[in-house]
Each structure stands twice: as C-alpha cells, then as structure tokens.
Design a protein around this ligand. Structure first.
Ligand code: 13P
Length: 251
C-alpha cells in the first residue's frame, strides 16, 4: 500500500527564529494526534541543522529543497548530498518548477541529481508539471511524460520505490488557482499508468504521487479524496503551523 505524504516546501522563507517557531508550532498541534500520513518539512539550507534537532523527537521528517549532483568541489554556492545528510535530511526536492524556470535546470540535470540522491540514500521528491501555455495547448500529458521519462532515465525499479513524485502544475503554484480535484486526478492517473508501462503495475500502485499548487486547508480534503492523489506538496500554506496541520489532518 502506498503512503500518503504531506510535505511543506518553505522555499526562501524562514530565518532561524521562524524555523524554531514554525516547527515547534507544528509539533504542538500534532501532539497526541494519530498521524494518518507521513509529514515532511523542507526549510531552507540555513535552517536544516536547527530543524533537525527540533524534529528528532517527533514524527516529522526533514527534506532539503535542492542538491548538486557532484559529491564535492569548486561549485560556489552549491550544496552536496553529504552536507544534507550530515544535518539529518532524508529527502530532497528535485526538479521543482522554480528550479527549472528561474535557474535553468534541465531534465538532464534533474536526472543526474535524482541518480546521485538515490545512490547515497536520499529520497527524491521529484517535481513535474506543465505551464499554463502547455495546458492550454493540450500537451499536458506529453510534457509530463517527457519530464518523467527523462528525469527517471536509468532509475531502477527498486530505486523508484524510494521516490515520491510531486505533480505541480506550474499555473497553480503560488497563484491561488488550484487544479480541481478532477483535473489533478486525471494527470495523476496518467502518471501512474505511465509508471506502470515503464516499470510494473505493482511499482506504479506503490508510488506516492503528491499534488502541489495552491493547496490550502479548504481545498485539501477534496484533492486528497481522489484515488490517485497520495498527498500534497504545500508551499504558501505550510508557512503557518495551523494551516499546515489542517492540511495534514485532511489526510
Ligand atoms: P503553493 O502552495 O504556494 O502554490 O506552492 C506549491 C509549491 O510550489 C510547493 O512546492
């Protein structure tokens, strides 16, 4: 059975004191709560070490928001897998649309990062999704298929089991314009079918596919009720403990 996973991508938000407040707030609100899903937080790099000490006595897991594919070297401003692991990260978000569109990350670069993360035991949260122009041109499935095929090139079936796929339509990110549960379900179903063809039905059935893009407490339950939507990758609404926890409770 696949897992439901709610993850909070803090993006470039959260100085140290805010990290302490936010994680403490989430922990307080989840105290004695019987979690029905996995919970992951992805603070900025500078907060990871502090976040790690805070989540240690909780069920919350830690993710980074990006990683370089090389082990080490002259890559000013970059972060390596071993640095992330040394501060307790179990997950790393890779291929986020902001990395693709603002920082020019290609499917090939994302594939290298995925391969590296898997080889060192970090679990990728692999983001894909179409732009508004692509949706309006009716090429959503083609775009998503290309991102998946290229992003997962040379990823073995046993390694795929360590990946979470996050479908994040670019037009829904930070816009307040959420995909309807039906729109999201259609793409999730397509992704699962594709994985089934590329790997096997069993692997596809076990794959966690999150939806991301303007997920809020008031729309989370509708999205999460769909059969192929296995959680959420939350941006804006994860920056407040109560709204993030409300989304977790919608599971
Ligand atoms: P928002 O929830 O702010 O739309 O962001 C979604 C996202 O990009 C998560 O990775």
């Amino acid at each position: 059975m696949r897992k439901m996973v709610i993850a909070g991508n803090w993006k470039m938000h959260g100085e140290l004191n805010e990290t302490v407040n936010l994680i403490s707030g989430i922990k307080n609100l989840l105290e004695d709560y019987d979690l029905k899903c996995d919970v992951i937080v992805a603070p900025p790099f500078t907060s990871l070490e502090t976040a790690n000490t805070l989540v240690k006595d909780s069920q919350i897991k830690l993710s980074a928001q990006n990683m370089h594919f090389e082990d080490k070297g002259a890559f000013t401003g970059e972060i390596s897998h071993s640095m992330l692991k040394s501060v307790g990260c179990e997950y790393v978000i890779l291929g986020h649309s902001e990395r693709r569109s603002i920082f020019g990350e290609t499917d090939e670069i994302i594939n290298k990062k995925i391969i590296k993360a898997l080889s060192v035991g970090l679990n990728p949260i692999f983001c894909i999704g179409e732009t508004l122009e692509e949706r309006e041109a009716n090429i959503t499935e083609k775009v998503v298929e290309t991102q998946i095929r290229k992003g997962l090139e040379n990823v073995s079936e046993s390694d795929l089991a360590k990946i979470i796929v996050a479908y994040e339509p670019v037009w829904a990110i930070g816009t307040g314009k959420v995909a309807t549960p039906e729109q999201a379900q259609d793409v999730h179903y397509f992704i699962r079918n594709l994985i089934s063809q590329m790997y096997s039905k069993e692997t596809a059935e076990n794959l966690t596919i999150q939806y991301g893009g303007s997920v809020k407490p008031d729309n989370a339950a509708g999205l999460l009720s769909k059969p192929d939507i296995d959680g959420a990758l939350v941006g804006g609404a994860c920056l407040k403990a109560d709204s993030f926890v409300d989304i977790i409770k919608a599971c």
